[in-house]
Each structure stands twice: as structure tokens, then as C-alpha cells.
Design a protein around this ligand. Structure first.
Ligand SMILES: *[C@@H]1O[C@H](CO)[C@@H](O)[C@H](O)[C@H]1NC(C)=O
Length: 235
């Protein structure tokens, strides 16, 4: 009996000394502040606010300059709902599914490490459609869902920019990251609708997540380092 107890007891002590934190700790570590904001700071688990334009060094990237928080309309957080939403603010799918640019990766610090873009949408030009954008340049964005097991917020992280025409090999226009972000944010905050669904976004412009300047930024184009954090409400 005593022998049995002494065998069990150290185990009990160990359990008491290590309360059930190991599972939840990673989630807490994923938060950028004590208050949950509807997304986790990718930097906490090795991610960053630049995507990866190449699989190999140099690891230049494009700014992840918009977040759609998990406090948004749950429909927008689904793939189908987000596609409906981005149409409401003037983007569409790529021209006939033909992708003319490189695929980028991003590390959202959610345990998935670098994952390939889950979505690319381009400015929609009425009548000619997005094929026109592919040739003429314009606004576009790439998006990734923060849904890995270490930080499963469900928020969308977006790299928005404005491009030159295809003739220039999808170069970003001067100031094209700031311009691309602002275009998305202006449309979202103005309010939009698609097939009977109406939305309007709240925005917080946050500094300190993304470094301002052109260090490590694809094409060496300066950007102001501001990340627009959007919570999009269904009206
Ligand atoms: C994460 O989100 C993406 C994009 O919505 C989806 O394709 C993928 O299946 C999701 N992964 C998991 C594990 O739910």
C-alpha cells in the first residue's frame, strides 16, 4: 500500500505543479496584448507582416497591410462569403483563372509556417471584367486565413497593392502598397452591398506592426508601415 502511494504521489505532485497550461499557453502566447482583438500578432510565433515573394533568399516581401478581424460578419470569414464581399467593394476573381503573377507565401504565426496565398483578387472593371485589370494593371490583393492550430483566429490577412500593366511584368506602381491598402479601406468603410447583403467596416490604422520604409520590401517600394485593421459589420 505505502509502496503504491509513493509511486502515485510523485505523479500527483507533478500534476499539481504543472497545471494544465501546456495546451493553452501557445494560444495565450499568440495574443499581442492581454485583450483579444480578433486576430493574433503573427510575430509572436515567428511570423511577419511581410509576405514571401520567393521560396528562397532574398526573402523580400509585400506588406500584409490589412487585417479583417474575426469580429467581422462570420459570413465574410468563410471563403464563399469573402468572395461575395470583395465583389461588393470592386474586386473579382482572376481573369479566367489565369494567374499572371507569382504565388506568394506568408507566415501568420499560426503554426502553418509559410503557406501559399489562399486567394488573389483583382480590381473589377465593368464590361471588360478582370481580364482588363490583368492587362492594364490596377488594384489587387492576396489573402491568407489565420487558421493554423497555434493561432486559430479565423482572421484574413491581406496584402493589397496597385500594379502597373502586364507589359511591365506586374510591377507595383510608385507608392502602390499605400495606394492599394487605402483603396480597399475606402471602399470598405464607405459601405458596400452585393445581392441583397450590405456591409460597412470600422477601421483602426495601426503603426508598429509593419516597419515603415522599403527594407525587405518587394521592388524596394517605400510604404508607410500602417496596417488597417478592419472589422466589417453586416448591416
Ligand atoms: C484554413 O482556411 C483556408 C482558407 O479559408 C482553407 O482553405 C483551409 O481549409 C483552412 N484550414 C483549416 C485547417 O481549416
Amino acid at each position: 500500500m505505502l509502496r503504491t502511494l509513493s509511486l502515485i504521489f510523485p505523479t500527483l505532485v507533478l500534476i499539481v505543479a504543472h497545471p494544465i497550461t501546456s495546451g493553452s499557453q501557445t494560444v495565450i502566447a499568440g495574443k499581442s496584448s492581454s485583450e483579444y482583438q480578433g486576430w493574433f500578432d503573427p510575430r509572436v510565433n515567428g511570423g511577419r507582416f511581410l509576405d514571401y515573394t520567393n521560396p528562397k533568399p532574398p526573402y523580400s516581401g509585400e506588406p500584409l497591410n490589412i487585417i479583417i478581424t474575426a469580429f467581422s460578419d462570420p459570413y465574410i470569414l468563410t471563403d464563399e462569403g469573402f468572395q461575395t464581399y470583395y465583389k461588393s467593394i470592386g474586386y473579382s476573381e482572376e481573369c479566367l483563372g489565369i494567374h499572371l503573377g507569382n504565388k506568394h507565401n506568408a507566415d501568420l504565426g499560426d503554426g502553418d509556417e509559410r503557406k501559399v496565398q489562399q486567394l488573389l483578387a483583382r480590381q473589377y472593371f465593368p464590361v471588360v471584367g478582370t481580364c482588363w485589370e490583368s492587362l492594364a494593371g490596377g488594384h489587387h490583393f492576396r489573402a491568407w486565413k489565420q487558421n493554423g492550430s497555434l493561432a486559430n483566429s479565423g482572421a484574413w490577412f491581406i496584402g493589397a497593392s496597385k500594379e502597373e500593366p502586364t507589359a511591365k511584368k506586374h510591377m507595383i506602381v510608385p507608392d502602390g502598397y499605400n495606394i492599394g491598402r487605402n483603396w480597399f479601406v475606402e471602399k470598405a468603410t464607405a459601405g458596400s452591398h452585393w445581392k441583397g447583403k450590405w456591409w460597412k467596416a470600422e477601421v483602426e490604422r495601426r503603426e508598429g506592426l509593419l516597419k515603415a520604409g522599403k527594407d525587405g520590401v518587394n521592388h524596394g517600394i517605400e510604404q508607410d508601415g500602417i496596417v488597417a485593421i478592419l472589422t466589417i459589420h453586416r448591416l
